[in-house]
Design a protein around this ligand. Structure first.
Ligand code: HEM
Length: 270
């Protein structure tokens, strides 16, 4: 028997649903166009004005602005039309004030003109929902602080959603999946999300963005997961992702609908 907890199901609201900071991922697919790369460079310099460039982020609070930009370049691209995996370039912009990001997107689209198509995916930072103070300490103890693009050059952007069965559970039922627990389906002991992901806590910088407009929205993702790491830790990232996909270790993944995984490098500018 579970108590009713309002909010966090996308239908009602609670303090956990407050968007604290907004983010926009702008995926840019260049077209065959003589001036495409010049336009991209110019547009990038233009949208970066007034933003702190996260390429220089080193874990300390940035002194100049609470608005940040990080330019990214794909390590591989695919011939497809989803606008994400086809994108050779991404700008990740973050601000407290959402209309500021809407303006940046419009400016980028205008400056690129017919040289590129832009697909935007919005995210927001919210209060942790399932992590107790103890779990937070468990995953944060010894965790490396954020490093510059020079040191931790790899980026993985992995949007995903959860199934209707997930969202139909009470928040306290969902919360159990992040801790060691007994799997209700098999009766076996499961590590849960945080312990299964333990190998990455010290070396993988992670950020979780929620869909700022709610969950289970048609054609949109519930979450964007974002990771940074140094070259020597890419293998750890793959290990962690495999561990999370293992439903015996992490039954939560039964409820995950994976989106496309975009991989690239942090760059100072496009
Ligand atoms: C690197 C080690 C990782 C650690 C320590 C970790 C830990 C956590 C914790 C503690 C939460 C709960 C946040 C909250 O209270 O709201 C969480 C949520 C989440 N994590 Fe991870 N995680 C890791 C890696 C990953 C990876 C590799 C992925 C995907 C490929 C991922 C996807 C997610 C998602 C989608 C959520 C939100 C789930 C929901 O709210 O339903 N995590 N993670």
């Amino acid at each position: 028997m579970f108590y009713r907890v309002p909010g966090t199901d996308g239908k009602t609201t609670s303090a956990l649903d407050v968007n604290l900071v907004y983010s926009k991922f702008l995926f840019v697919t260049l077209k065959e166009h003589a001036r495409a790369r010049t336009r991209l460079r110019d547009a990038g310099s233009c949208i970066a004005r007034g933003f702190f460039n996260d390429f220089h982020a080193d874990g300390s609070p940035n002194p100049s602005s609470n608005e940040t930009v990080q330019f990214l370049k794909a390590t591989t691209t695919r011939q497809c039309h989803d606008g994400l995996l086809s994108a050779e370039y991404v700008a990740h912009v973050t601000a407290k004030y959402r209309p500021r990001l809407v303006d940046i997107e419009a400016e980028l689209v205008r400056r690129l003109g017919d040289a590129a198509s832009v697909k935007a995916v919005d995210g927001s930072v919210k209060m942790p929902r399932y992590a107790s103070a103890a779990l937070q300490e468990y995953v944060d103890t010894g965790a490396a602080s954020r490093q510059s693009g020079q040191t931790a050059g790899n980026v993985i952007i992995f949007p995903m959603s959860k199934t209707p069965a997930w969202w139909s559970m009470n928040i306290l039922e969902r919360h159990a999946y992040f801790y060691p627990h007994t799997d209700r389906k098999t009766g076996g002991q499961a590590e849960g999300h945080a312990v299964a992901a333990e190998a990455g806590t010290q070396t993988i910088y992670r950020r979780l963005y929620h869909n700022p407009d709610g969950y289970q929205r048609a054609g949109e993702y519930d979450f964007i997961t974002y990771f940074e790491c140094a070259d020597e830790h890419m293998a750890t990232f793959d290990l962690v992702r495999q561990a999370l996909r293992d439903e015996r270790r992490n039954p939560e993944w039964r409820f995950v609908i994976e989106g496309p995984e975009w991989r690239g490098r942090r760059v100072l500018r496009w």
